[in-house]
Design a protein around this ligand. Structure first.
Ligand code: SF4
Length: 424
């Protein structure tokens, strides 16, 4: 029988594969003598609260006993890992103890499905009730909505938590059927739908009644695993777009599939394309969907269904749509400027504000903190083009080829051009 400390270690370790918070998945660990800090150790993660503050959270599972057998998951019922559970009282007490010591500002509580979705969700709700009502805890709480649980329990959790998430895990019913046969897409989408409706109704209630209770004020999020199934980047980003459109999610998190546990018992083959680079590109594309007005079908299509390893999705989009460039920096609307590689939201606002006073010269443009090295191929400044003699996809790619993509030579004295390589 483990004591509370041991169980906390097991459950915090089991929770680290859920990346629905912003610091998970970091690879840097403390392996230097005398070094301080370790970005890989588990237990504390970070999230952004509704008001934009970055906060540290105690991140644990309530239990890692699971009746389901999802092939990609370390906690699956057929996997041989140490199992543990914490009671609602133990979680509430630990959260308060850590909060009072200033270790954390909130709680990220997830759980495997122990016995049934209803029983698991009941325990989660009980923990939140203890924290909010008995301990008067007013800090940030993110909890999982367990698919298949009674909508009444999801509703109760929604009035006690700041953020909720139901993990979609895989982008298609077929993949779910193959790797997580006890889960169904519709059962996962149901709580998402309920939370979204709850948030909308609550928005109205908060306007009408001064004392109305908030329902999931920091919104909902979800997570998808990258690389465990054959879906392309296009299918992944298209699914994300549908989720944003339909459920107004705050975020979709992407988690590169990493086989964990006993190598002989790994059920999903290791993917050929390194999923960490895919994860990185999907986050960049997701950012374009949420803040730059792009649609999934603008970034990829069935013919080119994967992002480029060498260039970010906005650069690739711009290179494929050279007919829309160059744009005059002193006249282009804000929405066009943010589509120029090397220009972000803040820089575009700065340009729009500055050019109200007088048209910008090239020296002034460079001072706006745009990435001139990239942006110059897609702009004119006072009618002059600075991207070289002719604008062509190959020319731009060659000029911007990242240093690391030039493969090291095996035989330094061998003749021949520099090879491109390092496929990811
Ligand atoms: S239900 Fe969740 S915890 Fe259980 S095996 Fe599936 S992914 Fe893992």
């Amino acid at each position: 029988m483990y004591d509370v400390y041991d169980r906390l270690q097991i459950l915090a370790d089991s929770a680290k594969y859920d990346v629905s918070c912003s610091s998970s998945g970091n690879e840097r660990k403390n392996n230097r003598a005398g070094g301080i800090g370790n970005a890989r150790s588990f237990g504390i993660c970070h999230a952004w609260a509704a008001d934009g503050r970055c906060i540290s959270l105690l991140k644990i599972l309530m239990t890692n006993h699971c009746v389901y057998d999802c092939a990609y998951c370390i906690n699956r019922s057929s996997n041989d890992v140490p199992r543990a559970s914490l009671t609602p009282e133990e979680i509430a007490k630990t959260t308060m103890a850590f909060y009072r010591r200033n270790y954390i500002e909130g709680l990220f509580l997830s759980s495997a499905v122990d016995v049934s979705p209803n029983q698991t969700m009941e325990q989660i709700v009980k923990t939140l009730e203890l924290l909010r009502h008995q301990w008067q805890f007013q800090g940030y709480i993110h909890v999982k909505a367990i698919p298949g649980a009674d909508p009444r329990l999801i509703q109760q959790a929604g009035f006690l938590a700041d953020r909720m998430s139901a993990n979609i895990e895989l982008p298609s019913s077929e993949s779910l059927q193959r790797l997580a046969p006890q889960k169904q897409l519709q059962t996962i989408l149901k709580p998402m739908n309920q939370i979204q409706h709850g948030i909308e109704e609550n928005r109205y209630a908060l306007k009408q009644y001064r004392n109305a209770q908030s329902f999931v004020p920091a919104g909902q999020s979800t997570q998808m695993i990258v690389g465990a199934t054959p879906e392309s980047d296009y299918q992944m980003i298209h699914t994300s777009q549908k989720l944003y459109d339909r459920f107004q999610l705050k975020r979709v998190f992407y988690s590169a599939y990493i086989p964990v546990g006993n190598p002989k018992k790994i059920l999903v083959p290791i993917p050929k394309i390194a999923p960490l680079m895919r994860e990185h590109r999907l986050y960049q594309a997701d950012w374009l969907l949420r803040f730059y007005g792009f649609r999934a079908e603008e970034l990829l299509d069935e013919i080119k269904p994967h992002f480029d390893a060498d260039f970010d999705p906005k650069m690739i989009w711009a290179i494929r749509h050279l007919e829309q460039f160059p744009v005059e920096i002193n006249r282009a609307p804000f929405e066009t400027l943010i589509r120029v590689p090397g220009i972000g939201h803040k820089t575009a606002s700065r340009i729009v504000n500055q050019r109200r006073l007088a048209s910008l010269s090239v020296e002034e443009v460079k001072k706006t903190r745009l990435v001139w090295k990239r942006a110059r191929f897609f702009l004119t400044v006072r009618g002059k083009y600075y991207g070289g003699r002719s604008i062509s996809p190959e020319g731009i790619k060659t000029a911007l080829q990242p240093e690391w993509s030039h493969q090291l030579r095996l035989f330094p004295n061998a003749k021949g051009g520099q090879a491109r390589g390092l496929s990811i």
